[in-house]
Structure formats: structure tokens, C-alpha cells
Design a protein around this ligand. Structure first.
Ligand code: ATP
Ligand code: MG
Length: 397
């Protein structure tokens, strides 16, 4: 089939009243971002309250659909073909050829209906007449099909505008809201499975993502850092360009290691990660933090540990994986293509300084008391970590 354009369906954002155009503009911008990563030129435009993507020359169909499937806010992608308006007889031939090409081999008794929309009111037939006449022509051409106007297997949409657009397939989009319509949040991105999924899930609700990664050279390698950059890149397919802040965490970890009890290392370290992430978040206009935490997955993610970690934050912390089983998180990571990268076996800064028996029920009071062991050095160390942060803009396309 010679598809030339796509009608973009967007469910949820249609209902936003006066803000509708903001959502549509954000959606169009994200569509353009997604199509930049492939060859071919496209026009992305609004007409009659709908969004269309027209190919302006050669393009790869599968790649285009694949890229459109990364744009949050799209509920359906309808590949369209069009005929010039050269009289109704020619249109009948065009439409029956279209149906033959796609549905000639359908099981006998497959049902269809024609659903015409006449935007060009000068067209000599109204939509009811177009439905009836084209329906008849299709029945004549493909005897195995039957009409069912209530619950058809196939709906053939015919849109009469300057040209006549025809489509019948709706490829599901990713749903969600266009990125950029929901503010910005700071993702704590590690090299693991969970945090890329967490970023993806919050971006799906229209939130732009920045990210922070804590590395601990020489205990963690360049390869571990590159892995996080690669994960950010994969998330940015959906979330748009990501500012990834890389924090050198080594001296802070060594100080905690030296001065605090072994079984509290992880929890104290997590509190410093959150504090630093929040400082950068506030400087960069983020309205919340995002982590990949999930209740009871590890010692630092018991309710008691999460509560103690959370205590240092004043911004809301979004934890979209919180109630998910590992397998559910893995499913999403496979779907968004981060899994293979996440399981590469490079060391993580948390695993290096981890205690054999970390506390699972930390007491906030005791943790705070032991954090005072760091009083003499910690402010300088945090300041240096922030001053020396490296910011990488990660995007695809
Ligand atoms: P993940 O699979 O996302 O690494 P995890 O199951 O390994 O999660 P933890 O290592 O306890 O869990 O980390 C919990 C959360 O803390 C992570 O999901 C991530 O948001 C954040 N985090 C952990 N380590 C780092 C790091 N080195 N840099 C940035 N964020 C981190
Ligand atoms: Mg981890």
C-alpha cells in the first residue's frame, strides 16, 4: 500500500478545553523530535482539529510507525493514502482497489462499514450517500465481505477534503500525555533495571525529565558511566532530550564509610543522594524527584528505610515502581529496550560500599545522630560534588 500520511489520534488530550492547543503543540513538537531520527522529510500539521503527519518524499514506513510509537499522547496512528478528487467513479475504483489490496484474503463473512466525513461541503454527495455508494461498490468487488454498520470488523474511513483521504487501520500508540505539558522532574538514574522504567513512566504522564547519576571513580568505571548514558539515551527516545548530571560521589562515600556504622552505610548514602539530587532539581526548575524504588526489593527499600530516606526531601518524590513486582518492572524495561543495557554487569557505586547486613528498620534518630559524625567534612564535600558536576545533554536523532 502506498501510504503517504498518518492521522494521529490523541485520546486524553482532546478533553482539555482551552488548553487543548498547548497540548497539541507539545504533541506536534514531540512528533517532530521523534521523526528527526530517521531519513525523510515530514510535514507535521494541524487541520480541522486533527494532527497529520505527511511524508514529503521517500520514507521508511516501519521506521516511521516505530518512531511515532515513542510519542506520548498518541493513542492511535492511522496510515492514510489519498486520491485526487477526480469524480466519484474514480473514487469508487480507488476505494475498492484499496480494500482489495488489504482485505481480499479476509475470512468469508468479515464485516465492514464505510464512515465518510465531508470537510469539503461542496462535494456533490453528502456523507450518508458516500457511505452507501462506496459500501455497495466494495460489496460488488469483494463478495466475501459483509456490511455491519453497528459492530464491523473493519471501518473504512473516507475523508473528503481538498483530496480524499482513506484509512482503515489504527495502530495503537503509547498513550499518555505529550512530554512538556506536565512540568519537569529530576530522575535519580542508576545503571539498574528500575530507574529507567521509573523515568519512562513519569515521562508518559507528560513530565519532562532531567537526570542525575552518582558515580564513584575509580571504584566505578567509565563503562558503568557510559551504561547510564546509554540508558538515558534510550529513555530520551520517549522523554525528549535529557540533561544528565553526573556527580562524583567518591569522597562522600569514603567519608560515610570511614565515619558511620557499616549497617547504616546504604541508608546514609541514599539520604545524601536525595539531598544532592534535590539541590540540583531546585536549581533547574524541577518540581519533584523520581526514583526506581519498589517496596521490599532490598533492605534500603523497606517502608522504614524509605521513610528515613524520604525525610531529607522537601520536594515530592515520585516512585512509580513502588507497588510493582520485579517481573512487572522487567516487562516494561524489555518493552522500552532498556533491559539488555541494564543487566550489563558493571559495578554500581552502591554495591561497592555495601554492608553484609544492612539495617532494614533504621531509626531516624539514630541515623541522624550518626550523620553528625560527618559534620566536619560533609558540607565541603557536598559543595565540591555540586561544583564539579558534569552535565551531558543526551538525546537521539
Ligand atoms: P535500579 O534498578 O533503578 O538501580 P535498585 O533496585 O538497584 O534500582 P537501589 O540501588 O537501592 O535499587 O536504588 C534505588 C533507587 O535509587 C534507584 O532506582 C535510583 O533511582 C536511585 N539510585 C541508586 N543508585 C544510584 C546512582 N548511582 N545514581 C543515581 N541514582 C541512583
Ligand atoms: Mg541500583
Amino acid at each position: 500500500m502506498n501510504y503517504t500520511s498518518f492521522l494521529i489520534k490523541y485520546g486524553e488530550i482532546g478533553v482539555k478545553g482551552k488548553n487543548r492547543y498547548l497540548f497539541e503543540n507539545a504533541l506536534m513538537q514531540q512528533i517532530k523530535y521523534a521523526l528527526k531520527r530517521q531519513d525523510g522529510e515530514f510535514s507535521v500539521h494541524k487541520a480541522e482539529g486533527r494532527i497529520y503527519v505527511d511524508a514529503l518524499g521517500d520514507f521508511d514506513y516501519d521506521e516511521t510507525v516505530g518512531n511515532l510509537k515513542t510519542v506520548f499522547g498518541i493513542s492511535g496512528i492511522c496510515p492514510m493514502t489519498f486520491a485526487e478528487d477526480e469524480g466519484f467513479d474514480k473514487l469508487k475504483v480507488f476505494v475498492t482497489d484499496y480494500m482489495k489490496e488489504i482485505y481480499d484474503n479476509s475470512a468469508s463473512g468479515t464485516t465492514f462499514k464505510v464512515f465518510a466525513r465531508r470537510a469539503n461541503k461542496r462535494y456533490p454527495y453528502d456523507s450518508m450517500e458516500i457511505n452507501a455508494l462506496l459500501g455497495e461498490a466494495i460489496l460488488d468487488a469483494i463478495p466475501s465481505l459483509k456490511v455491519d454498520v453497528h459492530n464491523p470488523d473493519i471501518t473504512l474511513y473516507v475523508e473528503v477534503r481538498e483530496k480524499i483521504y482513506v484509512y482503515s487501520e489504527i495502530i495503537p500508540g503509547p498513550g499518555g500525555m505529550p512530554v512538556g505539558t506536565g512540568g519537569k522532574a529530576m530522575l535519580l538514574l542508576s545503571g539498574g533495571i528500575d530507574s529507567p522504567v521509573a523515568g519512562y513512566m513519569i515521562a508518559k504522564r507528560g513530565v519532562k525529565i532531567d537526570a542525575v547519576y552518582f558515580h564513584a571513580p575509580p571504584y566505578t568505571s567509565e563503562r558503568a558511566k557510559q551504561k547510564v548514558i546509554d540508558l538515558a539515551k534510550q529513555v530520551s527516545k520517549y522523554a525528549g532530550p535529557i540533561y544528565l548530571h553526573v556527580i562524583n560521589f567518591t569522597d562522600i562515600q569514603l567519608a560515610i564509610y570511614e565515619k558511620c556504622p557499616q549497617d547504616e552505610l546504604t541508608i546514609i548514602m541514599r539520604r545524601y543522594m536525595m539531598r544532592i539530587a534535590e539541590t540540583i532539581a531546585k536549581e533547574t526548575g524541577c518540581l519533584g524527584l523520581i526514583t526506581g524504588e519498589s517496596i521490599a526489593q532490598v533492605a534500603s527499600q523497606t517502608l522504614a528505610s524509605l521513610a528515613v530516606t524520604n525525610e531529607v526531601c522537601t520536594l515530592p518524590v515520585f516512585r512509580p515502581c513502588i507497588g510493582m513486582d520485579k517481573l512487572e518492572i522487567v516487562d516494561i524495561s524489555e518493552k522500552i529496550d532498556t533491559y539488555e543495557t541494564s543487566i550489563l554487569p558493571y559495578e554500581d557505586c552502591c554495591t561497592i560500599f555495601v554492608a553484609k547486613h544492612p539495617v532494614t528498620k533504621p531509626s531516624l534518630e539514630i541515623i541522624k545522630k550518626h550523620e553528625h559524625n560527618l559534620d566536619e567534612v560533609i558540607d565541603d564535600l557536598v559543595k565540591t560534588a555540586l561544583d564539579t558536576k558534569e552535565t551531558i545533554v543526551v538525546s537521539v536523532g
